[in-house]
Design a protein around this ligand. Sequence first.
Ligand SMILES: Cc1cc2nc3c(=O)[nH]c(=O)nc-3n(C[C@H](O)[C@H](O)[C@H](O)COP(=O)(O)OP(=O)(O)OC[C@H]3O[C@@H](n4cnc5c(N)ncnc54)[C@H](O)[C@@H]3O)c2cc1C
Length: 304
Amino acid sequence: MSMAADPTRPEYRAAGTDLSERRRSGVSRGALLDVAAPAGVEPTPDGGLRLGALTTIAALAADPAIRAGYPGLAAAAAGLATPQIRRMATLGGNIAQRNRCWYFRNPDIACLKKGADACPARAGNALYAVAFDSAPCVAPHPSTLAAALLAYDARLDTNQRRDAPIAEALGDGRAASAETALRPGELITAVALPAPASNERAFYKRAIGRAHAEWPLVELVLRASVEGGVFAGLRLVAGGVAPVPLRLQAAEAAALGKPATATTFAAAAAAAIEGANPLPQSRYKLDLLQGLVLDLLEQAASQG
Ligand SMILES: Cc1cc2nc3c(=O)[nH]c(=O)nc-3n(C[C@H](O)[C@H](O)[C@H](O)COP(=O)(O)OP(=O)(O)OC[C@H]3O[C@@H](n4cnc5c(N)ncnc54)[C@H](O)[C@@H]3O)c2cc1C
């Protein structure tokens, strides 16, 4: 077993909504280090915002400056988990939470993220697995906020790096023992958002297996600006489909500079699954992803 996958290594605890479940089952059993980081939302000199890592998800969802300038993030925060979880759970804990794969969560089953040399889901039940299969482990990245923060070009401060693009901290999903590229002992202290774009609208939508209290099957954050009936700016980030939140660059390219019409929506939805290589059981996620792309582009176009 690699050192990094050692279940007895020390772990940070924020609100513990993810961690305590893993500790109850014995998947995680190291020493606990309570997170020391700020909570709250502050303006920055460049017109952006700085979010303390201990800010609760409910506080993010309700914050007037986030709702006004980063509505895709506010909607993602308001749409995840349950009111009870959102009131307790923190920004840093959401980004760094561990995956939801039932093989990983079961203390009696060996898996890659627990130091074994194979992913049991590949030959087993992969219903909730990735549809862009780009890492040895097939669990999708669990963080809704990470997808929204990637869509807004957020940057992270940790106790080991300053002002790092969130994509760098998330990594490529191939880390042996985490769903991020955070190093052992690395603590997220704050997240910075650049100044909000003007004339932009943003939306968040999830495809779900049941009405509430569940991680989404697929989720999508969209930022768009429409000028003169044409998509002048577009950012699409999907969750639930890849080992890290996935920017849908081919879909963005298919719609940018094009009229905000059904033909463009369809071209972007077709491009959204470029490069997908689902497992047989996760192929359905591609239909869900295309449906979300169509829905949100339509919504962006109709709210002009
Ligand atoms: C029913 C249900 C539905 C849910 N649905 C969703 C959903 O749709 N989308 C979604 O994103 N989440 C969902 N969640 C998960 C929930 O959002 C997370 O459990 C929560 O955000 C974790 O935050 P926390 O503060 O409790 O973290 P903790 O449980 O304290 O920590 C989680 C992990 O992050 C590490 N950590 C914590 N803070 C930091 C930090 N500052 N720096 C580095 N590492 C840190 C810890 O060591 C631990 O490994 C759901 C949870 C439940 C129970």
